[in-house]
Design a protein around this ligand. Structure first.
Ligand SMILES: Nc1ncnc2c1ncn2[C@@H]1O[C@H](COP(=O)(O)OP(=O)(O)OP(=O)(O)O)[C@@H](O)[C@H]1O
Ligand SMILES: [Mg+2]
Length: 255
């Protein structure tokens, strides 16, 4: 499994330096945290990695290969999957078929052709639904398979998003605030799933405002502030770093 390496990346929107020289590594088999106050540039980093935003400067490597000029499709095919800060499911489509859509990285006819019922694709659709069912079992979500995704509780919709991302069988999974809006039970369940995925070799990048959640799960945490690295290190070091307390944890608990 390859490591994802971010090397001195910058993204400027006109005069605004949303990300301004930031480096980090997301190794396989562990969960790496990215935290920072609102507007620090976290989602911008994810969007640069995912190929949604071009880089102003810097490089992004998956293993030995630079992916910094790849488009979203190529990044996905290279093995990097992501979930969005705001949920993006097809609300009227079943949970099962929302996951099927995530398989498009590997399939020939494509799940959309299959879902539209093109004859050449119906056998493929059956196979994809079987694979989606395996994912539902892993995430303990079988009972929701045939419900419209939009009718699920928020925590379960987030889980469907993660399953859809996992359907592409990625090496790296980027999660932009996956437990936002979840209660403690829901976020504990997700924490267990993230740990299992890391144990199976996946490299996870976890963006979160919930510092307790991040420190519990991550081996290494990077703190972004105004587009720059404020601190990085293991959780116990980060939560005791006066700069971090001042810029982020202090500000967040005061707020
Ligand atoms: N497409 C864009 N065009 C212009 N400015 C942008 C764009 N995307 C983000 N920004 C700006 O870049 C900065 C960083 O935004 P970003 O969304 O990356 O922050 P964030 O750390 O994810 O914040 P949050 O915790 O609120 O999700 C903000 O000032 C934001 O307004
Ligand atoms: Mg964000």
């Amino acid at each position: 499994m390859p490591s994802l390496r971010i090397e001195n990346i910058a993204k400027h929107f006109g005069g605004l330096k949303a990300v301004d020289g930031f480096s980090m590594e997301v190794p396989p088999g562990e969960i790496t945290g990215l935290i920072g106050p609102n507007g620090a540039g976290k989602s911008t980093v994810v969007n640069m990695i995912a190929g949604v935003l071009s880089l102003t400067s810097g490089d992004i490597k998956l293993g030995d290969r630079s992916i910094s000029t790849d488009r979203t499709e190529q990044v996905a095919r290279a093995g990097i999957a992501r979930t969005f800060q705001s949920i993006r499911l097809l609300p009227e489509t079943t949970v099962l078929d929302n996951i099927v859509i995530g398989f498009h990285r590997h399939e020939k006819a494509g799940p959309l052709a299959a879902l539209l019922g093109l004859p050449s694709a119906t056998r493929e659709l059956r196979e994809l639904r079987e694979k989606a069912w395996d994912l539902l079992e892993r995430f303990h979500m079988q009972e929701y398979a045939f419900l419209a995704a939009g009718n699920l509780a928020y925590g379960h919709q987030r889980r469907v998003e993660i399953m859809r991302a996992m359907a592409s069988d990625p090496a790296i999974l980027m999660l932009d605030e996956p437990v936002a809006g979840m209660n403690d039970v829901e976020s504990d369940e997700l924490a267990e799933i993230f740990k299992q995925l890391a144990e199976q070799g996946l490299g996870l990048l976890l963006i979160e405002h919930n510092v307790g959640f991040v420190t519990r799960l991550c081996r290494q945490i990077y703190v972004l502030d105004a587009g720059r690295l404020l601190a990085s290190g293991p959780p116990e070091q980060i939560v005791n770093d006066p700069r971090v307390i001042e810029a982020y944890i202090g500000g967040a608990s005061a707020a």
